[in-house]
Design a protein. Structure first.
Length: 151
């Protein structure tokens, strides 16, 4: 019986260790999500509700009436998963369902998916009104970084 208890303790300890390592990877200072926009976007600060409306495709225009073009990473991407959960408060599959519902019902369009954070930067730089996100990547000076307003 002691052997089984010891094995359980080791298993629990191992799982906690792995969880702590993973949390350290995604919550450390160098790994912060940066919400980025094209230089034509004049908005400098958004709160989580505004970000959620934009990335669920319900807010279609900036405050100056410029159309919003949303770029996202693939659902399996670690940065996308972190962004979905921590910033939007949604699991990636929930976000995907929202987009699919809009597209398949004919009520709207989904975001544009890119393959990498580098491609995200390139697309944001080229597309006026665009928004996206990156983690742990240097953002060029000609791309705006949106600050998150704490609620």
């Amino acid at each position: 019986m002691n052997c089984r208890f010891g094995a359980t303790r080791i298993l629990v300890f191992s799982i906690l260790l792995l969880v702590n390592i993973r949390v350290a990877e995604v919550s450390g200072e160098p790994n912060q999500i940066q919400l980025i926009t094209h230089s034509s976007v004049k908005t400098a600060v958004l709160d989580k509700d505004q970000i959620r409306r934009i990335f669920t495709m319900y807010q279609k225009n900036w405050s100056d009436s410029q159309p919003i073009v949303v770029y996202v990473l693939a659902q399996q991407n670690t940065t996308h998963q972190f962004f979905s959960r921590e910033i939007l408060g949604l699991f990636p599959y929930q976000l995907e369902r929202i987009w699919n519902k809009l597209v398949y019902s004919g009520l709207g369009e989904g975001p544009i998916k890119v393959q990498s954070e580098q491609e995200m930067l390139e697309k944001i730089k080229q597309q006026p009104g665009s928004i996206g996100y990156v983690m742990s990547i240097d953002v060029p000076a000609d791309i705006n970084i949106i600050n998150l307003r704490e609620e």
